[in-house]
Design a protein around this ligand. Structure first.
Ligand code: DGL
Length: 269
């Protein structure tokens, strides 16, 4: 039994969808969440930038909170920086691509599958490579949906402007008659209703948050790092953005009070 916290990070609010799934599955695990709101979106940034940001956050979580596992709750950072993080640190590192691809392969109905994500994630080819291996018979369509993350970061999950953008960006998914679509960005479950309204009821939306939570639990148990008993554990939230804003939008997205949000200021930001 190891009661050190699990560290989770994202470019902003998206990783909260993963945090929620981990907390549902393992309420006794202490969690520390970092949302890099001062530097989102990660999607359009280069691999070097996303890697540098990810490394900086991982070091902060390890030094300040002595985390026992790092969850990269951001598809873009997973696609661009996961191997580097795994090599760099001795603690287990869990990313989104493998659980996401698995969730899509397991839940897909029919042969036409799709993945939407940021420009960084789709451009990296990470899902294309993984799915070619685990679901070679499926026909895969991938589409980048730049701009979605910004709507979530503003707490805007159902506006007309979002709908207009979704209708345009989801066109390749509609045209390919995708039957099962992976939300390949941790921000997108907050937009699931708007996305579903555009795609219609025939398209099943798959989120990778739950599968990632199962992956976290499996790895914690295998490495004898799980906190198996006790009271529901505390969650610490940190942001590089404005803590009051983080708390306000976090409450609006998750429907719970994030209580004290710790502020972290990057030098030069
Ligand atoms: N939640 C991040 C992801 O899963 C969004 C990246 C961004 O900030 O653009 O990719």
């Amino acid at each position: 039994m190891d009661t050190r916290p699990v560290g989770i990070f994202d470019s902003g609010f998206g990783g909260l969808t993963v945090l929620r799934a981990i907390n549902d599955l393992m309420p006794n695990e202490r969690l520390v969440y970092f949302g890099d709101s001062a530097r989102y979106p990660y999607g359009p940034k280069t691999r070097e930038q996303v890697s540098a940001y990810s490394l900086q956050i991982a070091e902060l979580l390890i030094e300040r909170y002595d985390i026992k596992m790092l969850v990269v709750a951001c598809n873009t950072a997973s696609a661009q920086a996961l191997p580097m993080l795994e090599e760099r640190f001795a603690i287990p590192v869990v990313g989104m691509i493998e659980p996401g691809a698995r969730a899509l392969a397991m839940q897909s109905m029919g042969e036409r599958i799709g993945v939407i994500g940021t420009v960084g994630t789709i451009g990296s080819g990470a899902y294309q490579t993984r799915l070619a291996r685990i679901a070679p018979k499926k026909r895969l369509v991938c589409a980048a949906t730049p701009g979605f993350v910004e709507f979530v970061e503003r707490g805007e999950t159902g506006s007309d402007q979002l709908k207009v953008l979704a209708e345009r960006l989801l066109r390749p998914v509609i045209d390919a008659k995708v039957q099962t679509l992976l939300l390949g960005c941790t921000h997108y479950p907050f937009l699931a209703r708007a996305i579903s309204e555009v795609l219609g009821p025939e398209t099943l939306l798959v989120s990778s948050s739950e599968e990632t939570a199962f992956e976290v639990r499996g790895q914690l148990l295998d490495a004898a790092l799980a906190t198996e008993a006790g009271e529901p554990a505390d969650i610490v939230y940190m942001t590089s953005g404005d803590p009051d804003e983080f708390r306000r939008i976090g409450r609006c997205l998750l429907g719970i009070d994030l209580r004290d949000v710790v502020s972290v200021k990057w030098a030069g930001e």
